[in-house]
Design a protein around this ligand. Structure first.
Ligand SMILES: *Cc1c(COP(=O)(O)O)cnc(C)c1O
Length: 393
């Protein structure tokens, strides 16, 4: 089929998409409507943690779809119970609420914190969040985000999200008042351009929130499920948050996300929270299958080693081309270009059969599958180097 033959005008115009229609995927590769192959270092925005169409996901979908798809969230089902148990066994949390997207999980985290504040902290409701943070696209999560311009885009905002500066404890402390109920952050700010919170900052934040009786909420929608080389990024700093949200990688490509909390923070009462598809066995079966692969210590070790390899190759590339260096954690990495050519590099690379992402004008971001091979990394480095050379001309 020709691109012109597709009914593209039937979709709402929400992004300037290239004239490509993807038809197949396998591992680190995508195939478009002309049969052209692309090496994928975006993976649905860090979603396909095991690559495209991995056997674990395909098999779980096939198996579960023959058994039970959705009995209703008002009843227990075996897959939601088993998956919740796996998640609580592997984390510092005791309770799980499943959602369909990261934004919905964060919306749930905000509601849970406000509920806790109403019940146990005199009606406190403010959640301190951070400049340049990204928490999703619902009205409340947009308000919690610190993306420039988002405060006015769909005004009026949802109130109650004062903004601090990442890695600056004073900026957090200054915002604490009688209405503060918690602090919410991404352990690595992904959409902002891959800026990690330091271990010292995470530890100091945990200490501060404990001293002041506040909840510490980590948004691990992008960093969770092995992305940074630990199952959850909070483990790098040896702290235990009170609430965590997961999304993206947790479903290996299917719409699945989760809100987790400590037992004493799990204060929802009947009727406070719910949703038609939440905890459906089809998605939960996939979640368990993905977690079985990713939580294997040997798999996580391989993510750390592959992340180190990617970081080394990006650092070499940066030195060779006189760029500003690599940063990130595990297989969530960014390269600073030192000039606003990110969009141009992405476009040139795509024409050349390589998918990378530019979250900010001077930054490239790399979010490969967690099982990406070194050969694929080498190819990506070559393609990126070519694209940067052309973009600079
Ligand atoms: C992608 C992302 C979200 C939003 O997740 P959706 O599934 O797109 O709603 C929230 N927080 C972070 C840190 C993200 O990276």
């Amino acid at each position: 089929m020709q691109f012109q033959d597709y009914p593209v005008s039937s979709l709402m115009n929400i992004a300037a998409r290239p004239e490509i229609v993807f038809t197949h995927g396998e591992g680190s590769w995508l195939v478009d409507h002309t049969g052209k192959r692309y090496l994928d270092f975006v993976q649905g925005w860090a979603v396909n943690c095991l690559g495209h169409n991995p056997p674990a996901v395909v098999d779980a979908l096939a198996r579960q779809s023959r058994k039970l798809i959705n009995p209703s969230p008002a009843f227990y089902n075996e897959e939601a119970l088993a998956f919740a148990k796996r998640l609580t066994d592997q984390s510092c949390f005791q309770r799980v609420f499943f959602t369909n997207s990261g934004a919905e999980a964060n919306e749930g985290a905000i509601k849970l914190a406000r509920r806790w504040g109403r019940k146990l902290k005199g009606g406190a409701y403010e959640i301190i969040t951070f400049d340049r943070a990204f928490h999703g696209r619902t009205l409340a999560t947009m308000s919690a985000s610190g993306k420039p311009g988002w405060d006015t885009l769909f005004a009026p905002q949802v109130p109650g999200f004062p903004k601090a500066t990442l890695n600056d404890l004073d900026s957090v402390e200054k915002l604490i008042g009688p209405n503060t109920v918690g602090v919410m952050l991404e352990p690595v700010q992904g959409e902002a351009g891959v800026y990690p919170a330091t271990v010292e900052f995470m530890q100091a934040l945990r200490k501060l929130t404990r001293e002041r009786g506040l909840l510490l909420i980590v948004d691990e929608v992008q960093t969770g499920v092995g992305r940074t080389g630990k199952l959850f990024a909070y483990e790098h700093s040896g702290i235990e948050p009170d609430i965590m949200t997961l999304g993206k990688g947790i479903g290996g490509g299917v719409p699945l996300a989760a809100l987790l909390s400590r037992e004493d923070v799990s204060v929802f009462e009947y009727g406070d929270q719910g949703g038609t598809y939440n905890g459906n066995p089809l998605m939960c079966a996939v979640g368990s299958a993905v977690l079985d692969v990713v939580s294997d210590p040997a798999f996580l070790e391989s993510v750390r080693q592959t992340g180190d390899y990617l970081s080394g190759r990006l650092t070499d590339l940066s030195t060779r081309l006189g760029l500003q260096g690599d940063r990130g954690a595990g297989l969530l990495r960014a390269l600073d270009l030192g000039a606003d050519i990110g969009a141009k590099v992405v476009e040139i690379a795509r024409d050349d059969g390589l998918l990378i992402n530019s979250p900010r004008p001077a930054t490239l971001r790399f979010m490969s599958a967690l099982n990406v091979s070194r050969d694929e990394i080498d190819r990506m480095i070559d393609g990126t180097e070519r694209a940067i050379a052309i973009a600079r001309k």
